[in-house]
Design a protein around this ligand. Sequence first.
Ligand code: DQA
Length: 145
Amino acid sequence: MTSVLVLNGPNLGRLGTREPDVYGAGTLDDLRAQLAADAPEFEIDLRQTDVEGELLGWLHEAADSGAPVILNAGAWTHYSYALRDAVSLVTKAGGTVIEVHLSNPHAREEFRHTSVITAVSTGVIAGLGFDSYRLALAFIRRNAR
Ligand code: DQA
């Protein structure tokens, strides 16, 4: 079964209780179940970390395996050049990385308006809650070989 990596960065393990007015009331377990129901032909390999190096390692893994990635890098999105380089090495190797955000960063504080990963990502979907991930998965399904 083909795996889809659904990678989540810092503080996203707190979904459900973290600012539900911004991020919604659903948890990562709810998200995993929703994605699995949407795409039963894929293994949904959903992970979360608060350690940047761990996320970099997962992206290196994707570069080697070719598994498509849905990436919510949380606040690292806005300033981590190491993350940008890791995303770039996946997409330059022909892999897919779709940047997603639950909220719309452009409607929020100024520092969230910058993403250092958009330019090296396959695409970006933001502001649609869990639907940001679901639409990314729909794209992956449509383009899967
Ligand atoms: C986020 C937006 C980021 O600005 C923030 O730091 C997050 C979550 C989102 O999904 O809306 O942690 O990536």
